[in-house]
Ligand binder design. Structure first.
Ligand code: SF4
Ligand code: SF4
Length: 337
């Protein structure tokens, strides 16, 4: 009998800096669960010159930082390849999160050495599951471009956003990823921001704790047994685990085209960002902003989860929470042997 590597919680690492840079909010798709909120995040595209100035604000000469370029759809940015190359020269490791359409012929304009990961999003193992969520013919386009990227030698990963609409199909994903030659599998949990926040009474987006715990860790273990590096959210803390808010112990910056900079993704629908970029300078904002909430300690764990999506907390009859909700940025990881 072979021993499978166990899932481990990836604690927040001192000195690790993650920069999530939304270069634009425009997108060629209209996914049902899209979290982008142009009213809050702006509709402009950050010019390549401004993008480089903003990247310099977060780059460190002495240490690598992690950069994730996002949108909207980041490959709609006509200078994306130049931004990737400039970011590498600033010592960032660079990931591009794409919906799979790869506009502006991205694969021809960068080399696999210039990009650390190209991360594709799919929300189902078949067109029948994926396309009602992400749009007609999205599955086939994304699969074709994953194949092109893998054939060209790019390191690839795939993000699957779990919701009530697709959790029953998650178990089919590991086999598909292996067939495609993808190396990393990120499972995300749906957040009630953007479209789902508007639609939440009409649809059952949320997955209850028992179902999540019944399905997700098992699929992750299966994926790792097939050789995939798997990362999935912690969500529910074990009784002995310590709650930590990334806003107090980690460095995560979520940058939007209108210059808002958040530390917590759950806050992005609200004008409570801790920082803003003005005249290419990073400014801390005073007042009742997200960073005041990070300091609060409650029995339910994450304060913003309790405030913004209390539907996913269940209580015992005496009023104590059945689970503490972890920071949404806390992950579980299984690295294949
Ligand atoms: S691909 Fe991303 S940005 Fe575009 S609609 Fe879908 S979730 Fe929103
Ligand atoms: S998700 Fe919760 S715990 Fe994590 S940074 Fe936001 S407020 Fe803090």
């Amino acid at each position: 009998m072979s021993l499978q590597p166990a899932a481990r919680t990836v604690g927040f690492k001192p000195g690790e800096r993650n920069v999530f840079f939304h270069l634009l909010t425009a997108c060629n798709l209209s996914c049902r669960h899209c979290y982008i909120n142009p009213q809050q995040h702006g509709t402009q595209t950050v010019s390549s010159e401004t993008a480089l100035q903003w990247l310099r604000l977060f780059a460190r000469k002495e240490k690598q930082s992690n950069l994730i370029l996002l949108g909207g759809e980041p490959t709609l940015h006509p200078q994306l390849a130049a931004i990737i190359k400039a970011a590498k020269a600033m010592r960032y490791s660079v990931t591009v999160d794409t919906n799979g359409f790869l506009h502006h012929d991205l694969l021809s304009n960068i080399t696999p050495e210039e990009l650390d990961y190209l991360s594709f999003s799919l929300d189902g193992p078949t067109p029948e599951v994926n396309d009602p969520i992400r749009g007609d013919n999205v599955f086939s386009t994304c699969i074709n471009n994953i194949r092109r990227a893998v054939d060209a030698g790019f390191s690839t990963s795939l993000i699957y956003t779990v919701s009530g609409l697709n959790i029953d199909h998650l178990d089919k994903m590991p086999e598909l990823l292996v067939q495609l030659g993808i190396q990393k599998f990120f499972v995300q949990v749906i957040g009630l921001r953007g479209n789902p926040a508007q639609e939440k009474s009409a649809d059952s987006w949320l997955v209850d704790p028992a179902k999540w715990l019944d399905i997700v860790p098992g699929v992750a273990a299966d994926a790792a047994s097939k050789g995939l590096h798997v990362i999935y959210p912690k969500v529910y803390l074990e009784p002995e685990e310590v709650f930590e808010c990334a806003g107090t112990v980690a460095e995560n910056y979520f940058i939007f085209p209108n210059g808002r900079v958040y530390q917590c993704p759950l806050c992005e629908d609200h004008p409570i960002h801790s920082f803003k970029i003005e005249d290419n300078t990073l400014l801390h904002r005073e007042g009742l902003n997200e960073d005041r909430f990070f300091q609060l300690s409650i029995p339910e764990g994450c304060v913003m989860n309790k405030l913004l999506q209390p539907e996913n907390i269940q209580y015992f009859a005496d009023g104590t929470p059945q689970h503490r909700i972890s920071c949404c940025l806390l992950k579980q990881e299984i690295v294949p042997a």
